[in-house]
Every structure is written in C-alpha cells, then in structure tokens.
Design a protein around this ligand. Structure first.
Ligand SMILES: [Zn+2]
Ligand SMILES: [Zn+2]
Ligand SMILES: [Zn+2]
Length: 133
C-alpha cells in the first residue's frame, strides 16, 4: 500500500490577512477598485485612489486597514474611500506595533463608528517600550 494521496486542502480564503500582520513589499493591489483601475459598479470611472493603475505603493511597514477591513471603501459596498487609509486598504505603521487596546484592533471607536481616536482607525498603535520603574 502506498499512501501518496495528499488529502489536505490548501484553501486560500480571500482577505484573510490578519490584523496586525505586517505585509511585505511596497506595491499592492488597489483595494478600492480591486486592482481594476475603475470603480466598482461603474464602467468608466477611473479609480481616484490608484488613478487607474490598479496598484498603490506604500513605503515602510504597512498593515491592513482595520477600519475598512482592507476593502478601501467605507462604508462597505460604496465607492467612498475610507478616510483612514484613503482607499488603499492599507496603512503605514511604525514598528514595533501592537493591537490597539482601545478598539481591540477593529479601528472603530467603541460606541460609534468613527475611527478610533487612539489608533486613528488603524487598529494598530506603536508599541510602548517597557518602562523601568
Ligand atoms: Zn484603484
Ligand atoms: Zn481603510
Ligand atoms: Zn484603536
């Protein structure tokens, strides 16, 4: 008997980027238009975020925008670009990072839907160095 059958599935769930995960690279697919360069639900409107290119560039450590969950649009299913990431779906952060304890990483101010005041909607704050007492 030769068990060569590989049974495990390699399922790649879309937009499974975790909050607080630093993404590598400096060019990313534009979130607002999903890389098409034109706005969803339109045929010719050029995406204002990537200017029709379909990609955006960000330098430095970037994480998925917590406020819009990386969609680039906020509210969801609109063509309004997220005010936190300007529609890119990604935000620049300063290392070292930690999950914002105020909004628990979801980027929204508890009690309302405005961007969290502490992390400005990123869901991530710069980690404080341990203070020595
Ligand atoms: Zn775009
Ligand atoms: Zn956003
Ligand atoms: Zn926060």
């Amino acid at each position: 008997m030769d068990w060569t059958t590989c049974n495990f599935r390699d399922e790649k769930t879309k937009s499974s980027q975790r909050i607080g995960e630093i993404l590598k690279g400096d060019t990313f697919k534009c979130s607002l238009c999903s890389g098409r360069g034109i706005l969803p639900r339109t045929k010719i409107t050029e995406c204002p975020v990537c200017k029709g290119i379909g990609t955006v560039s960000l330098s430095g450590p970037v994480v998925v925008c917590a406020y819009c969950s990386g969609r680039g649009a906020y509210p969801a299913r609109t063509n309004l670009s997220c005010t936190v990431c300007n529609g890119k779906g990604l935000v620049r952060v300063e290392k070292p990072i930690e999950i914002c304890s105020h909004c628990r990483g979801n980027g929204k101010e508890p009690g309302n839907k405005l961007p969290c005041l502490k992390c400005k909607g990123k869901g991530i704050v710069k980690k404080k160095q341990k203070e020595e007492v």
